[in-house]
Design a protein. Sequence first.
Length: 170
Amino acid sequence: MPERAAPGYAVSFAVAGGVVLLDQSSKAAAVSSLSTTERVPLIGDVLGLQLAFNPGAILSLGASATWVLTVFGVVAVAVLCVAAARSRPGWQAIGLGAVLGGAIGNVLDRLLSPPGFGRGHVTDFLAYGDWFIGNLADVALAAGAVALVVAGRHRRRLARSSPATGERRS
């Protein structure tokens, strides 16, 4: 009997769960062992570890409206859950799972971290030169976006192929 691939939603939610687990545990480790004033170099000045608490979005945009970012994040998680539940196996499921996990990881910070419910600051610790400091949720968001682009290109390539012969249409 041939083995069947796991349904897309199972892959998406498994990836999301793994991302949330890694993200939250890495943030807890960062809070317990890193400093906000000293950077630990990993790859010279290009990549290091330094603790930061971001009230805003990327590059601290929206820092004065953290609650708006929280509402946006909760809505995004809800939409991503629906998309993940409908995902196809493969890159689409993996990409949606990574984006969903990254979104959940940062929304959890907004909901549960100081200074208060819905106004929490996101814990960051991956210092990219002097550009910005991020976290594993951010890495998952970016990787998930790349996987979704790959899935879209693959789907378009298949759509251009003839269903009967697999040859390209003219």
